[in-house]
Design a protein around this ligand. Structure first.
Ligand code: F6P
Length: 343
């Protein structure tokens, strides 16, 4: 068989471990493996590269993706799905492993329904895919956030300041919650939970009085209550090919609001792309390897339309459709634990 592998959406640490795991497992049974460059774009343009054992030898220790990535949406044009099918056949592919988040695997769901033999592997620093406990990249990102918050503590403490760290994660607060707990943020603001300005200032004043400084971990998707309406803050009006606007700017807006309503010295900083750059954690290397091997075995056993998933300590196939049907957001119980420390 000839099997293609692609990585789509935002990059993250651990993608190379998945590519390596799937490639080595498939080649063990004598199959040919090719990488499609830059996500679904590689399928639409038949842009392929052979993957040998030597190509993937040590890549699981490196961040990013050796195949490149893009936010190309096969369904952005009416002819996209036909082109994808035609190129799949033209390249002589027998199956495809799509490594991605909600958008990439959403395309995989639709292509599978059309009859293309596709399996999925979940990755995203946002950890917002359903039907899997963890996504590749999440663990590294929360380790980075914890380290960045550690650094903000020392400067905030020295200057007796409130520092707001704006954290990625789109409409799910996993990165902010887990990174924030690990990094000892005094207040954690996530999209799933509301907090009024009065409540926030009251928590800050208590924390400031006790510690002489405070750190706020704020999700980029945290909805500010502006004139009684909840508002997401966007960087600009541009949307990507999946129709998503780029979130960002909530940290600065919070800074301005807090300056207006308190006497505290407030600063904000955007942790930005640092959160998904660099080498993967050991856990993401292991998860990536296990999910890559499972993805390959799902191809060998014709589990098309399924996604490799992590459930507890096990990895197992689940229907992709279920994983992409609904965003996995933070449940109130997990936020309750964080809130205990806001006093
Ligand atoms: O989905 C991963 C992610 O890093 C989000 O946390 C963030 O909102 C988005 O990608 C940024 O997108 P881009 O890489 O297109 O700027």
């Amino acid at each position: 068989m000839k099997i293609g592998i692609l990585t789509g959406g935002g990059d993250c640490p651990g993608l190379n471990a998945v590519i390596r795991g799937a490639t080595v497992r498939l080649q063990k049974d004598g199959h040919d493996v090719v990488g499609l460059r830059d996500g679904w774009k590689g399928l639409l343009t038949a842009d392929q590269m052979p993957l040998t054992r030597a190509d993937v030898e040590d890549i699981h220790r490196e961040g990013g993706t050796m195949l490149g990535t893009s936010r190309t949406n096969v369904y952005a044009t009416p002819e996209g799905p036909e082109i994808a099918e035609k190129q799949f056949k033209a390249m002589g592919l027998d199956a495809l492993i799509a490594i991605g988040g909600e958008d990439t695997l959403g395309v995989a769901t639709k292509l599978t329904a059309k009859g293309l033999p596709v399996v999925g592997v979940p990755k995203t620093i946002d950890n917002d895919l359903s039907e899997t406990d963890d996504t590749v990249g999440f663990d590294t990102s929360i380790n980075i956030i914890a380290e960045e918050l550690d650094r903000l503590h020392t400067t905030a403490k020295s200057h007796h300041r409130v520092i707001i760290a704006e954290i990625m994660g789109r409409h799910a607060g996993w990165m902010t919650l887990y990174g924030g707990i690990a990094g000892g943020a005094h207040v954690i603001l996530i999209p799933e939970e509301q907090m009024s300005l009065e409540e926030l200032t009251s928590i800050l004043e208590t924390q400031y009085e006790r510690n002489g400084y405070a750190i706020i971990a704020a999700s980029e998707g945290f909805k500010l209550i502006v004139e009684e309406d909840e508002k997401e803050i966007y960087q600009d009006n541009e949307v990507d090919s999946f129709g998503h606007a780029r979130l960002g700017g909530v940290g600065k807006q919070l800074e301005n609001l807090l300056k207006e309503h308190t006497d505290l010295q407030v600063r904000s900083t955007v942790l930005g792309y640092i959160q998904r750059g660099g080498r993967p954690s050991a856990r993401d290397r292991v998860n990536g390897t296990r999910l890559g091997v499972l993805g390959a075995e799902m191809v060998l056993n014709e589990f098309f339309g399924y996604m490799a998933s992590i459930r507890g300590t096990e990895v197992l196939p689940v229907p992709i459709e279920k994983a992409t049907g609904k965003l996995k957001t933070v449940d109130p119980e997990k936020y309750r634990v964080a809130k205990i420390f806001f006093t």
